[in-house]
Write a protein that binds this ligand. Structure first.
Ligand code: AP5
Length: 184
């Protein structure tokens, strides 16, 4: 059963490797990963993919207008089913753009769930995976970018009364229980 109410959007926040993708799948609802959409564009050889690839290889954020456009299109094709956003928004400008998109589409933000894990565990988990952008220097940069660009969203969503903090350590099942409880 979906844990995301119809018409509602849950945002998953957290550092690289915190388990956003893993938990998005478990929550039910329609999951959109901005990273996965960008990797699809790269695999399809599109112009957008070529542009995104340079940034992703360095562990930098892809320009806002590219990612906001992808998410707006993805949400626009959705029916009323609840949606989980994994990896978007990633900075305050994207979070503000998301508010506009949700207002345009008549959707509401259900919650922003922060999956919290220490940086050491990020490095440990990601080093065992082997994606193109998982080499140690790129991961270190992804973490720096997270602390600099994405962490301010914790206050952004706290100010809106939407933030839920979840301990992201333990097994994926342990974390899923906490995430579910936080959005219930
Ligand atoms: P993206 O694909 O979003 O990567 P990320 O945020 O760095 O996150 P990851 O996919 O590495 O981790 P995750 O938190 O989803 O964890 P996962 O479940 O996979 O972004 C990649 C790049 O795209 C960015 O660097 C940027 O360039 C660009 N980009 C994406 N979105 C953007 C945006 N909005 N704006 C601009 N640029 C953007 O788990 C990780 C690993 O840990 C897996 O192997 C998993 O099996 C394992 N694992 C999960 N949970 C647990 C657990 N509880 N215990 C042990 N292992 C676990």
């Amino acid at each position: 059963m979906d844990d995301v109410p119809m018409g509602s959007v849950i945002v998953l926040l957290g550092p690289p490797g915190s388990g956003k993708g893993t938990q998005a799948e478990r929550l039910g609802g329609e999951a959109f990963s901005s990273g996965a959409l960008l990797r699809e564009a790269i695999a399809d050889g599109t112009e957008l993919g070529r542009r995104a690839s340079e940034y992703m290889q360095r562990g930098e954020l892809v320009p806002d207008e590219v990612v906001v456009g992808l998410i707006r299109d993805a949400l626009g094709k959705m029916g009323d089913r609840g949606v989980v956003l994994d990896g978007f928004p990633r900075n305050v400008a994207q979070a503000e753009a998301l508010e506009d998109v949700l207002a345009e589409q008549g959707r509401g933000l259900g919650a922003a769930v922060l999956i919290d894990i220490p940086d050491d565990e990020v490095v440990d988990r990601i080093s065992r995976r082997g994606r193109d952008d998982d080499d140690p220097s790129t991961v270190r940069n992804r973490l720096r970018v997270y602390h600099r660009e994405t962490e301010p969203l914790i206050d952004f969503y706290e100010d809106r009364g939407a933030l839920r903090r979840v301990d992201g350590t333990g097994t994926p099942d342990d974390v899923a229980e906490r995430v579910r409880a936080s959005v219930a």
